[in-house]
Ligand binder design. Sequence first.
Ligand SMILES: Nc1ncnc2c1ncn2[C@@H]1O[C@H](COP(=O)(O)OP(=O)(O)O)[C@@H](O)[C@H]1O
Ligand code: SF4
Ligand SMILES: [Mg+2]
Length: 346
Amino acid sequence: MTPLSHHTTRESGDEPLLSVEDLTVHFSVARAGRRALPWSPKATVRAVERVSFDVRRGETVGLVGESGCGKSTLARALIGLVPVTGGSVCWRGEETVFGARRDIGQLRRDVQMIFQDPLASLDPRMTIGQIVAEPLKTHRPDMSRAEVRVRVQAMLERVGLNAYHLQRYPHEFSGGQCQRVGIARALIGEPRLVICDEPVSALDVSIQAQIVNLLRDLQRELSLSLLFVAHDLAVVKAISHRVLVMYLGRVMEFGTKESVYGAPLHPYTRALLSAVPTPDPAVERTRGHLLLRGEIPSPLDPPSGCVFRTRCPQAIEACAAEVPAARAWPRRPGKVACIRVDEHPS
Ligand SMILES: Nc1ncnc2c1ncn2[C@@H]1O[C@H](COP(=O)(O)OP(=O)(O)O)[C@@H](O)[C@H]1O
Ligand code: SF4
Ligand SMILES: [Mg+2]
């Protein structure tokens, strides 16, 4: 077995690796205009509200939505980096209990993260070789120094760097190279799921495609699962098998890439994708947002009923009454949370 050949035997079955039910994350903050003192009146930021979805073995789930809709909070809550208010996260069929070391230990090894700002996520005092080897110290204490060196070198080469870079420091690298280092560090311990939180958003457009292609190739080669977070629909389309569309902390639509991009049912997804796709990604990126009226409301005081109703072109009075459940629709994989879906011409 070569150092990079993990998970080549795909495990059978479609059972989810990660399964999330009604995950909710609220932050308690001081009310606007007040000083944050322990006794000051609190307000609640409803960052993630009853989100359910799953990630299967060897697939990429894209998570899209405008800035502030709760993508990073959700991503971080999955691995216990922010406290969960409610709901459950099951990893390979077992519920993870955040705070109980036993459970989180396995999860921390199996699930790795890649962050938006590649340079900020690398320790400036460590060499690239040390940074990439770091996770092996905790996860593979059995490996000798020589084995670690071989593994690190193979990993660097796989992400497009080479042995010459081992002794270099992060500040000597471009943004794209730093993100390659971040990817190498995330993959070195043979995780099963990698959560990528806007991994290309901080990079030049010309570099974005290279990093997306690298992640897609690694995902296939290693039978990895990815949760790929981005606000850019074109980027998510390039890499995802299934797509989760979030708005103001809630799931609007979850389905295959083909259904979400080819025949979107939720008015929010439709608005995001409203522009006729053009070959120019820069045009496609901005056009979709034009149809969305106004600003995203504050998660401190989300609209009653359907949270999208204040910007929805199809909203009716009934939309204010109750939160639409994310439901399955006939002859279509996935779920949509809208009371008027059956009225849409499809
Ligand atoms: N630690 C925190 N305390 C209070 N509010 C927070 C905290 N982290 C995030 N938020 C709020 O939660 C909402 C969702 O944020 P975030 O998950 O970063 O969204 P996204 O990644 O989609 O841009 C935002 O309104 C943000 O201001
Ligand atoms: S439930 Fe109503 S407001 Fe919400 S997306 Fe559907 S039509 Fe629009
Ligand atoms: Mg974010």
